[in-house]
Write a protein that binds this ligand. Structure first.
Ligand SMILES: [Zn+2]
Length: 151
């Protein structure tokens, strides 16, 4: 990893744009300058999450999604992933996704717009205009619903 690829001390651009699906479908995940700006801010905020989790390594499963990638995976058309504000991650050295969501929900010094307990991973977004929201996702065939708090 070169210094150039680093968005923050512990995160590289590659971690935010990598997608197996994008590679398989040859989808270009190059971020625009505006998205890159958002990703840099997101990486800095994610450092705060890493601190909160006792410096447990954070594994990003999905960061930035180009329009084509978001469409390919059936993502919400107004997903925060499209603008570089959202990250799906796990941090097994700290705990399971539910424990991570609880820690984030209770950390009032941490500023985020949305934290969603998605079962196998945590979705967090840092859209500056968003209001703080903590949700649990419930997956049912063809429809995902959300409830307030961490269930
Ligand atoms: Zn997500």
């Amino acid at each position: 990893m070169t210094e150039l690829d680093k968005l923050s001390p512990n995160f590289t651009l590659e971690e935010f744009i990598h997608s197996d699906t994008a590679m398989r479908l040859s989808i270009d995940q190059t971020p625009s300058p505006l998205v890159l700006q958002a990703l840099t801010a997101t990486a800095k905020q994610l450092e705060g999450v890493r601190d909160l989790l006792g410096n447990a390594p954070i594994y990003i499963s999905s960061g930035y999604r180009s329009y084509a990638l978001n469409k390919a995976i059936g993502g919400s058309p107004n997903s925060d992933h499209l603008d570089g504000w959202a990250v799906d991650f796990t941090a097994p050295r700290y705990g399971n996704p539910q424990q991570i969501c609880k820690a984030i929900a209770n950390a009032y010094s941490l500023s985020f717009s949305q934290c969603i307990y998605e079962g196998r991973w945590v979705h967090i977004s840092f859209r500056p205009t968003g209001k703080r929201q903590v949700l649990t996702a419930h997956f049912a065939p063809g429809k995902t619903t959300y409830s307030e708090g961490i269930a």
